[in-house]
Design a protein around this ligand. Structure first.
Ligand code: WQD
Length: 341
């Protein structure tokens, strides 16, 4: 059985990716410092797959710790690196925490990949590297503009580090730029577990619907869009997860054109905030308490992906739609209440 190391594996996208990898026959080694996730994710993974991944509670900002763990699994065919802090507002408030954590952990994991000759590397990047894109839909060749936040800047720096490393090394790497991940595994055994009040739209909706929060505020309905609210490319977390398995197989089978390729992971459809809210209400039958409020600083009016490259080269297609994501997000919110998470 081929082995894959997943950092940040108890996190939202990491845990869903571990399920997909295990269901595709891989043995998974999960690394996480549990600073923004819960060990419960391992139980949820086991409830779905019948097996718990090998887990290391490790601080990837500690080079010795990182090397010690990776050395024990240098027979892995690849590393998928999710571990990072990802709150945009927190990164604005604490930029040095974000630069130190996200860059140091990437450097340590990349140095261990080089030292132990692990052949393949998949990096969790973000559509936020594009900043306020001039053209839509966004393709992998859309120029990267100034980052809107220190978080987005750490993703731009991370991509540059890997790109420059690859100029003189032959690790095969892929940078996956996610658009807006939403939803949860259909089993409701795993999902996003916000540590504090969520910043993102969908967990804010489900927490309002279940009564944890009072009301959703729509940050502006006076934008130049079809209904005045911002447009995003909301993509089901299970579709994102499967793209990681396909990316690893693409590298392992040496189908890649060069040793550092970029792929957008989005549905290709732009959806507005109000359309998300109405989809949630339609799927759940719940009338959501929301109001229109002022714009949020830093929001781009519209961004959505051109996903043709991932479709053609990774043989990736989206299997879930907005309504599926709303249903699974709600089922997971109900399960978290039951579990006391
Ligand atoms: C979506 C839309 C808000 C909350 C962020 C990161 C990005 C990526 C995805 C990691 C916007 C509106 C939100 C609310 C609202 N993460 N909104 N009321 O900002 O598009 O992207 O998450 O890679 O890096 O920047 O996501 O969910 O915060 O907002 O009206 O209570 O929902 O204005 O238009 P965003 P979001």
């Amino acid at each position: 059985m081929q082995k894959v190391i997943v950092t940040g594996g108890t996190g939202y996208i990491g845990s869903h990716t571990i399920v997909d990898l295990m269901q595709n026959g891989y043995e998974v080694i999960c690394l996480d410092n549990l600073s923004r996730s819960k060990e419960y994710a391992l139980t949820g993974i086991e409830n779905i797959t019948g097996k718990k991944p090998v887990f290391y509670h490790v601080n990837l900002c500690d080079k010795n710790e990182t090397f010690r763990v990776i050395n024990e699994h240098k027979d892995a065919i690849g590393v998928i690196h999710f571990a990072a802090l990802k709150s945009v507002p927190e990164s604005v408030e604490k930029p040095l925490l974000y630069y130190a954590n996200n860059i140091d952990s990437l450097l340590n994991i990349l140095m261990s990949v080089k030292t132990f000759n692990i052949p393949n590397f998949v990096f969790s990047s973000s559509c936020s590297v594009y900043g306020n894109a001039d053209e839509l839909p966004v393709t992998e060749n859309t120029p990267v503009k100034d980052a809107e936040s220190p978080y987005a800047h750490t993703k731009q720096i991370g991509e540059d580090i890997i790109r420059n490393y690859e100029k003189t090394n032959d690790t095969q790497s892929i940078l996956l730029r996610y658009f807006n991940p939403i939803g949860a595994h259909p089993s409701a055994e795993i999902g996003e577990i916000p540590i504090d009040t969520p910043n993102n739209l969908v967990p804010y909706i489900t927490q309002t619907a279940i009564g944890k929060l009072e009301q959703v505020v729509v940050f502006g309905d006076d934008y130049s869009t079809r209904d005045g609210s911002c447009i995003r490319d909301y993509i089901h977390v299970c579709d994102i997860a499967h793209a990681h398995t396909l990316a690893l197989q693409y590298l392992a089978e040496k189908r890649n054109a060069n040793n550092c390729e970029v792929f957008n992971l989005g549905t290709g459809n732009g959806v507005s905030v109000l359309e998300v809210i109405h989809a949630f209400e339609k799927v759940t039958g719940i009338k959501l308490n929301y109001k229109i409020g002022p714009r949020r600083a830093g929001d781009v009016v519209a961004v959505f992906a051109d996903n043709k490259k991932a479709a053609s080269e990774l043989k990736w297609e989206c299997k879930y739609f907005l309504e599926d994501a709303m249903e699974s997000a709600w089922k997971w919110e109900l399960k978290m209440k039951e579990l006391g998470l």
